[in-house]
Write a protein that binds this ligand. Structure first.
Ligand SMILES: C[S@@+](CC[C@H](N)C(=O)[O-])C[C@H]1O[C@@H](n2cnc3c(N)ncnc32)[C@H](O)[C@@H]1O
Length: 170
């Protein structure tokens, strides 16, 4: 099971980024996203409505304390940060974990004591970019494209085309 933890969401300022973290996590094969910070019912509804139409069992849940969540997480905690070890050197170690993993991504400000709660810090390049990009690259390297394909069985499905758009509705 792959859980994504998005740290310290702020209603208003982070709505798009946190929604995109959830949608990227869902599309690329994670099972659930938990988030700390402000509880945001409308962000949760947006993600749930995508899951309802497009299928799958992806869940979003608010947690009061990211520290408690990580402290009690039964598995390995992988923190994505530009200060980490290169993904290309460490992804095989992560694949060899036998436990569930929690992939932690930050927002604008990162709590200084995050390092007390994680097992490994992984960088997707050592350049600054975004939590959505880092998460997408990590999940793609961890699961491969297969992780992102199939298993959704929603009421809408795209018929891939070279040009134009076709959606099958059932
Ligand atoms: C806008 S960045 C936060 C930057 C923050 N000021 C800092 O010093 O880390 C938001 C999140 O994107 C992710 N991120 C950004 N660049 C990354 C990189 N090169 N590798 C992995 N994750 C990255 C991290 O999870 C980070 O917490």
């Amino acid at each position: 099971m792959i859980t994504v933890l998005r740290l310290e969401h702020r209603v208003g300022r982070d709505k798009r980024m946190t929604t995109h973290c959830a949608l990227a996590a869902r599309a690329l094969g994670a099972d659930r996203m938990v988030y700390s910070g402000d509880h945001d019912g409308s962000m949760e509804e947006n993600v749930e409505s995508v899951s309802e139409r497009w299928g799958g069992d992806f869940e979003v849940e608010h947690v009061k304390s990211w520290k408690n969540y990580l402290k009690n997480f039964d598995g390995k905690r992988v923190y994505l940060s530009m200060y980490g070890l290169p993904i290309q050197e460490k992804i095989e170690d992560v694949k060899n974990f036998e436990e569930d993993i929690c992939v932690v991504v930050g927002g604008e400000k990162i709590p200084g004591d995050i390092y007390d709660y994680i097992d490994i810090q992984i960088a997707v390049t050592n350049q600054p970019h975004s939590e959505v990009a880092a998460l997408a690259v990590f999940l793609d390297r961890f699961l491969g494209v297969e992780g992102a394909e199939g298993g959704f069985e929603g009421s809408v499905e795209i018929v891939p085309k070279e040009r134009g758009k076709e959606i099958k509705e059932s």
